[in-house]
Write a protein that binds this ligand. Structure first.
Ligand code: BGC
Length: 725
């Protein structure tokens, strides 16, 4: 049935705070689109996107910062499925997640909602989440597209990012998920990218998203991200939320391009028709159990001196800190969930061990006394609720001064002090790191975190989480430090692709704990690395006396090429669970992209030819096995001419060897005092070299040489020949 222009306009502007408009005449229902991402936030009375009003009870799973540390694709997919079941039972069509923005700075107030500083991890886990939820007939909304890596001035700031950095760091997670999973919707971000609002960015929403990646779903605005509705429609934004918007409707009625309006309205109608009937309900107890499993795998054991953990049954345990009794299990803002129930670590520990409790904050003397008289002190500290939220960024990485004081006081009287951290974004472990025996990073663990913490501390679960982001020694060491959060409404991504460990490892800057770090109660060894261009196999053995899981990490180190690349980049990972003494062979696949950089001159991902080192590592800093593979260059050298630089003639597979040989035979003239004259004039265009008196080559000779060198087949043969040698 043909829709009228007014009906089309109504469809693309949203029907309510959390719903699309219906066109009953045409059988198009209104459907619900709600937050997301780690639980359902369905509001029944009034709407707000700041986490303020009430919503229906739902399972609160660990937010992405925690979930990412699991490095467990299958687990994340199962969480996605459970979220889908809850959404379906509540008649929700689309859940607003996952958030796959890169953690450019540890200060981003919303880092708890994002997975990682690494695009591969964000892409793989985000894809699993989308696969899970969409398998239940509920749509995902991949957000926030793109370069939304801070909250400061998020509605006006322009992220100034060069294209290579966008393509290699900030877009790949979106690309992976779109090309592999076809999320029902993609949410554009509030910010500008290189001066153009995401909502009005045709390059982003149409050229990259639809034309290059083949996105078939619907582009929705972040809530309130649209400024100029007609420009947004032209750029490729289909649905503006929330609605209805009288002024947008007026402008669209007057000025919308009919074809674009037609397409966007059809996409909203298609989304509405895609929705399946609601189910009767879901198994809340089973979801709580899954939330506990997810929380357990999200916990990262950072430090464990003298195997102080796990606790033994005979030990008396002082539990100190309000977080143990009143857990902070999620962040603030649009993702805030009304949990079906909340488990505290204190209750979970008290049920299984001899514990005494002191809140710590009000009476340090009481806490110190308790710690002094107990075998072990468990110190629950972390970031207060107001420190991290959607809408603003953090100013520093430190724990509150009162907590630092508490750590110092307790550690001074009990050598078995275990710090249990609660925080969405990374916190500094300085200056107290060395004074405590163990540190357990629990992030924000969702509603079942209390039981998970008890399982890990008591050893009924073996910790298997790994850091999906670096813990630096100082905020100032972070590569974005001088360019965050920007000025005059612009933030320059001056560190380029050197984000997180890509920078720390390349610049050899010491960190407290590298990306990928995490301890276990058992140990693992690696052997028998096998390699070919399609992947790596490696044998992993549990060499300790407990069952446990290891996260095998595969990094690729590129040879020197036309662009500067990080010393290593994660290109694959796999989590493997092993009984004591058991081994398994793990295979991690690689593809051409694993060896590529984005070449701005060809506008494509290219491989620089040469030897690539494949590195199996425990974390971004600790490589255990290495092997090398050769890859041929994918870029054909540019055509040689008299305007080409001498260095280009020297690098060329046909002319390079000829020049070098000629230079070697007249070495007296071309090497002076150990300096190669050819290299010294490398940046000179050949035409100008010819003007220098005495240069032993003529323009005619060069033209003839270039004519041969520019024949593709000659170049190909020459490349083959130079590789073999
Ligand atoms: C957030 C989105 C969220 C939306 C709806 C915005 O403020 O940036 O992540 O999905 O509100 O609540």
């Amino acid at each position: 049935m043909e829709l009228t222009r007014a009906e089309q306009v109504a469809l693309v502007t949203g029907g309510g705070f959390w719903s699309t408009a219906a066109v009953e005449r045409a059988g198009i229902p209104s459907v619900l689109i709600v937050d997301g991402p780690h639980g359902l936030r369905k509001q029944q009375h009034g709407g707000d996107h700041l986490g303020l009003g009430e919503s229906v009870a739902a399972t609160c799973f660990p937010p992405a910062a925690g979930l990412a540390s699991s490095f467990n694709v299958d687990l994340v997919e199962r969480v996605g499925r459970a979220l889908g079941d809850e959404a379906r039972a509540e008649n929700v069509a689309v859940l607003l997640g996952p958030g796959v923005n890169i953690k450019r700075s540890p200060l981003c107030g919303r880092n708890f909602e994002y997975f990682s500083e690494d695009p591969h991890v964000s892409g793989e886990l985000g894809a699993a989440w989308v696969r899970g939820i969409q398998s239940r007939g509920v749509g995902a909304s991949l957000k926030h597209f793109a370069a939304n890596n801070q909250e400061t001035n998020r509605m006006t700031v322009s992220a100034e990012v060069d294209e290579r950095t966008l393509r290699e760091i900030y877009l790949p997670a979106f690309e992976t998920i779109v090309t592999r999973e076809q999320p029902w919707t993609v949410m554009c971000s509030y910010n500008k990218i290189n001066g153009v609002f995401a909502a009005e960015n045709r390059w982003l929403l149409t050229e990259v998203l639809r034309e290059e990646w083949g996105f078939e779903g619907l582009v929705v605005s972040d809530w309130g991200a649209v400024d100029d509705r007609v420009a947004a429609l032209d750029a490729g934004l289909d649905l503006e939320m929330p609605g209805p918007q009288a002024s947008s409707e007026k402008h669209l009625l007057a000025d919308a391009d009919p074809q674009r309006l037609d397409e966007s309205a059809a996409r909203v109608a298609a989304l509405a028709r895609r929705v399946s009937a609601p189910t009767d309900g879901y198994d809340a107890a089973a979801h709580h159990a899954l939330a506990r499993e997810a929380a357990t795998e999200s916990i990262v054991l950072l430090r464990n001196e003298n195997a102080v953990l796990p606790l033994t049954p005979d030990q008396s345990v002082a539990v100190i800190g309000e977080f143990a009794r009143s857990p902070r299990f999620q962040g603030a803002g649009s993702s805030q969930v009304e949990a079906t129930r909340v488990d505290s670590a204190l209750d979970a520990l008290a049920a299984r061990a001899q514990v005494t409790f002191a809140p710590g904050h009000s009476n340090i003397a009481e806490a110190v006394e308790l710690a002094r008289n107990s075998d072990v002190a468990l110190l629950f500290v972390g970031l207060p609720e107001g420190d991290e939220s959607e809408g603003y960024d953090r100013q520093h990485l430190d724990l509150p001064p009162a907590q630092l004081e508490l750590i110092a006081a307790v550690a001074a009287v009990n050598s078995r002090t275990v710090v249990v951290l609660t925080n969405g974004g990374v916190v500094s472990l300085e200056p107290w790191h060395d004074s405590v025996a163990a540190i357990v990073e629990t992030w924000l663990l969702g509603q079942a975190g209390g039981g998970a913490i008890a399982d890990v501390l008591l050893g009924s679960a073996n910790p298997s989480g790994r850091l999906a982001e670096t813990i630096p020694l100082r905020l100032q060491d972070n590569p974005s430090y001088l360019n965050f959060p920007g000025e005059n409404d612009e933030v320059r991504y001056g560190e380029g692709v050197f984000v997180g460990y890509r920078y720390y490892e390349s610049a050899t800057v010491a960190v407290r704990y590298p990306f990928g770090h995490g301890l276990s109660y058992t140990t693992f060894s690696y052997s028998d690395m096998g390699v070919d261009a399609t992947g790596v196999t490696v044998r992993v053995t549990n060499t300790g006396d407990r069952a446990g899981a290891e996260v095998v990490q595969l990094y690729v180190a590129a040879p020197a090429g036309p662009v500067r690349t990080p010393v290593r980049e994660l290109r694959g990972f796999a989590k493997v669970r092993l009984e004591p003494g058991a081994s398994a062979t793990v295979r991690i696949a690689l593809d051409d992209r694993s060896f590529s950089y984005y070449d701005v001159s060809t506008g494509a991902f290219e491989i620089a030819g040469g030897a690539y080192e494949l590195q199996v590592a425990r974390n971004a800093h600790e490589v255990v096995l290495r092997a090398t593979v050769q890859r041929a260059a994918s870029v054909t050298p540019g055509k040689l001419g008299l305007e080409s630089r001498v260095s280009e003639w020297l690098l060329h597979p046909v002319t390079g060897p000829i020049f070098r040989r000629a230079a070697a035979s007249t070495s007296d003239g071309l090497v002076e005092g150990g300096t190669s004259v050819l290299d010294m004039v490398g940046s000179m265009p050949m035409r100008r070299l010819l003007r220098i008196p005495g240069v032993p080559v003529t323009e005619r000779q060069l033209r003839a040489l270039a004519a041969v060198a520019n024949v593709p087949i000659v170049r190909g043969v020459a490349r083959l020949f130079s590789r073999k040698r």
